[in-house]
Design a protein around this ligand. Structure first.
Ligand SMILES: Cc1ncc(COP(=O)(O)O)c(C=O)c1O
Length: 430
């Protein structure tokens, strides 16, 4: 690494620890640090400019696709590296359970309700194959699913003969709830919506949905890919039966980390189909005939087992520490601010733009879905990519739309840059 880069790197790391010191000791005047001013209500932009230096993310291409993957800040990367060294220097084994406790605290759940996973899809599969359903039972999903929540249910339909009912999103939470009420039938046994669909970033009224489900004896199984880290979560308040999320999107944690929350009272009803060391209580014995299984865990630990990558979970813990240090509410507010800003700027493109994200959600969401009317989304995406802006095409459910998603490492200038490129594209013929 060239010397100047090493210097930059040391400075970044220094900034990282300074930031942590800043947030735990809010009264300390950080102006001594040239790169990290104390958060100032009158000049928040300078704080967010310094925040960018917590991330090794390169300036180009401009990354506006946090909905797919959240780049990690230095403290997270360092925690993973340090743990990888420890594991191999000391042959350390185990210890990942502390991550479940930390996640639980962060999302308003109990440690005994968290099973570690490696991504959202794994958690959804645990819920989908574990929920007690029989042939002919109906499950309601929406028409804006990601493959991770669509394919497991379609496969369960194929193998077990369940029936899938689909509803479209609606512009407001109230209208969506009305649609849902109309679709529920005596055969409805589960509702398996995303909390926030990947297509538009609309925030579904999950607490109301789960309350409705509970009143009618219906299971509520949430795809929470875009929940943790984008908006405040309190799963006990939400009242869902399961919630699958990950560390690698809005929490800015290591890639290949996740969890599923399984509500305490629901655990006994969930079939554990994928079990091993850790799912049991140590009573099994294969040396007798017939072999003995013995008692199994009665907590969410029933749903995960075997060797885990300790270092990645240490990184996930560091990501939660990073949030808690900066202040989760400050982060959520910035995500919302940038999301709202992006929406306002997209709307300024005028009649050529079709915004897919309802304005109601824009008080909180970090995602905006849109189309440039009369254009092919893939071609617009390619043009933006050529100009150095990485967004995402929404191929899901043949939507032919685009998505821009922003997090605390982004700036309003980056959003402006994208809008300029979209304007250019609209002015040229496809
Ligand atoms: C709404 C939604 N659900 C599920 C997934 C799958 O997530 P993972 O890749 O962590 O399994 C994604 C990924 O983008 C998503 O956006």
């Amino acid at each position: 690494m060239p010397e100047s880069k090493k210097g930059d790197r040391r400075q970044f790391l220094k900034t990282g620890s300074a930031l942590i010191a800043a947030a735990t000791l809010p009264k300390v005047n950080l102006s001594a640090s040239p790169l990290l001013p104390a958060f100032s209500e009158s000049n928040p932009e300078s704080f967010w400019k310094s925040m960018r230096l917590q991330f090794p993310l390169q300036a180009k291409p401009v990354f506006l696709n946090n909905g797919t993957m959240g780049p990690s800040p230095y403290p997270v990367i360092e925690a993973v590296k340090k743990s990888m060294d420890d594991v191999d220097q000391h042959a350390a084994y185990g210890g990942w359970e502390s991550c479940a406790a930390k996640i639980a605290q962060f999302i308003g759940a109990d440690e005994q309700e968290i099973a570690l996973t490696h991504n959202v899809t794994e958690g959804i599969n645990i819920a989908c194959w574990g929920v007690p359903l029989k042939k002919g039972d109906e499950v309601i999903l929406c028409s804006h699913e990601h493959a991770g929540n669509a394919i497991p249910w379609l496969q369960r339909r194929k193998l077990d003969g369940i029936v899938i009912q689909v509803i479209d999103p609606a512009p407001t939470a109230d209208e969506f709830l009305e649609k849902l009420k109309k679709r529920i039938s005596p055969k409805t046994k589960a509702i398996a919506f995303p909390h926030i669909p990947c297509t538009t970033g609309q925030i579904f009224p999950m607490k109301e949905i789960c309350t409705l489900a509970r009143e009618k004896g219906i299971f509520s199984l949430v795809d929470g890919a875009h929940g943790m880290g984008m908006i405040p979560l309190n799963l006990h308040e939400m009242g869902c039966d399961t919630y699958a999320s990950c560390g690698h999107k809005w929490l800015l944690g290591p890639k290949g980390t996740g969890f599923i929350y399984v509500r305490k009272e629901f655990q006994a009803q969930m079939k554990a189909t994928f079990v091993g060391a850790g799912s049991d209580k140590g009573e099994w014995n294969m040396a007798v005939n017939p072999p003995i299984q013995g008692a199994m865990q009665t907590s969410a630990h029933l749903f995960y087992s075997g060797t885990q990558n300790l270092s990645l979970y240490r990184g996930l813990e560091a990501a939660i520490d990073f949030f808690n240090t900066v202040g989760p509410d400050r982060i959520y507010a910035r995500i919302a601010e940038l999301g709202h800003y992006a929406q306002e700027q997209l709307l300024r493109l005028g009649s050529g733009i079709e915004l897919l994200t309802p304005r109601e959600s824009q008080s909180k969401a970090g995602v905006n879905g849109f189309r440039l009317i009369g254009t092919d989304a893939q071609k617009v995406y390619n043009y933006c990519a050529d100009k150095g802006f990485k967004i995402r095409v929404v191929h899901e459910n043949k939507l032919n739309s685009l998505r821009v998603s922003t997090h605390i490492y982004n700036s309003k200038e980056e959003v402006d840059g994208l809008i300029g490129v979209l304007k250019e594209y609209r002015e040229k013929k496809e």
